[in-house]
Design a protein around this ligand. Structure first.
Ligand SMILES: *Cc1c(COP(=O)(O)O)cnc(C)c1O
Length: 396
């Protein structure tokens, strides 16, 4: 008999215990089941497994004990009925959309999106007969005006990458449902700790678990979470038959990383809050956008829908690209990278990296200026980081 955690256990408890499947050896730490498949005692058992009459694992493209533990633990944290892990965050985003859509459907999405999400919605879906409309996600009238009779899905990211603009998820969910559409939320920037899109009315949540969930720069991964009905209707068969599965090894790394997720996110958020305050008044800073600050443009929405701010902040260096580059090059602790959510503090210049593909006017419309630098705050001491950022700002 496997023990289960009591109902109502808090995230810290769930993330250490939920979903654990112990083998016949009763190991303490979750086992890594590095196997493609499983053997059956009899042909009859194999037949029953394939018919679904008897539960059990079959083949790692769609089920593996280590991946199942990771999925169950993430579902417990998110309060989701079911979850499916994927090879990367983009595989999760693509499955959440393609799994629901068919030619003739229409998608509405916020414009401030991670570059690859924008590619799927703006370039890929239309090639298969699914046109899309991009809106300013913070303007609810634009969501309403974009709806067509054939609108099937809304997609948004909040806080958005890299501008940290925040969208009213409950209000957008209401507009989607009134139109007979579903809402998919990319919750990477909020993390599963600080925002629960399903509780706010979203139908499906996706993560790149490459980011805060691993949080130590090792493995790619993603996950789709929703009600059991939604996963059964739209996601399960799509992933099973098309194959972007998470490897058992990556699932094991992420499963163990979940044990420390709350202490990492809390510390990184605390440091980000302190750093946002320390940098805000500097003469070489035009603007700091941080969901924990009273001057955030959507501070009122943040109070209603988030229980904590973010480990990320957007810093607009006064001047432009040259000044932003001088700032980044002068840093001695924070490193230049396009990644985020890591134990190592990382800085990104979106205009020349993650969002380089966009035309300058598209970047301007998304609020990505030439001076904008995205800071992902890690686990180094907040005072060391603050000193590093201030020294680099002085050096501009
Ligand atoms: C990184 C990221 C993705 C894509 O995840 P990968 O694991 O790199 O495929 C999607 N959405 C957001 C917001 C991200 O930050």
């Amino acid at each position: 008999m496997q023990k289960t955690v009591p109902p109502g256990s808090r995230p810290e408890t769930l993330l250490v215990h939920a979903g654990t499947l112990r083998s016949e050896f009763n190991e303490t730490s979750e086992a890594l089941f590095l196997t493609q498949g499983h053997v059956y005692e009899t042909a009859e058992e194999c037949e029953r497994r394939f018919s679904g009459e008897e539960p059990g694992f079959l083949y790692a493209r769609f089920s593996n004990p280590t991946v199942a533990m990771f999925e169950a633990r993430m579902a417990a944290l998110e309060g989701a009925g079911a979850a499916r892990a994927t090879a990367s965050g983009m595989a999760a985003v693509t499955a959440a959309l393609l799994g629901q859509l068919k030619a003739g459907d229409h998608v509405v999405a916020s414009r401030a999106l991670f570059g690859s999400c924008l590619y799927v919605i703006e370039d890929l879906l239309p090639r298969f007969g699914v046109p899309s409309t991009l809106v300013d996600g913070t303007d609810l009238d634009q969501w309403r005006a974009a709806v067509r009779p054939e609108t099937r899905t809304f997609f948004l990211e909040s806080p958005a990458n890299p501008t940290l603009e925040v969208i009213d998820i409950a209000a957008v969910a209401d507009i989607a449902h009134a139109a007979g559409a579903t809402l998919v939320v990319d919750n990477v920037f909020a993390t599963p700790l600080w925002q629960k899109p399903l509780a706010l009315g979203a139908d499906c949540v996706v993560y790149s678990t490459t980011k805060h969930v691993d949080g130590q720069g090792r493995c790619l991964g993603g996950i789709v979470l929703a009600s059991a009905d939604f996963i059964a209707a739209h996601i399960h068969t799509f992933l099973r038959q098309t194959g972007p599965a998470m490897s058992p090894f990556n699932a094991w790394v992420m499963l163990k990383a979940l044990e420390t997720l709350p202490i990492r996110i809390e510390r990184q958020t605390q440091s980000a809050t302190a750093i946002a305050e320390a940098l805000a008044g500097h003469r070489n800073v035009a603007r700091v956008v941080y969901p924990g600050r009273a001057d955030h443009p959507q501070a009122e929405v943040i109070r209603r829908q988030m229980t904590g701010p973010s480990t990320l902040l957007a810093l607009e260096v006064a001047g432009g690209k040259a000044e932003a580059f001088r700032f980044m090059n002068a840093l001695r602790i924070a490193r230049i990278s396009n990644n985020l959510g890591d134990a190592k503090s990382l800085v990104t210049h979106p205009a020349t990296s993650t969002h380089q593909r966009l035309k300058p006017e598209e970047r301007a419309r998304m609020g990505i200026s030439e001076g904008l630098v995205r800071l992902s705050i890690g686990l180094e001491h907040a005072d060391d980081l603050t000193a590093d950022f201030l020294t680099a700002l002085d050096a501009i």
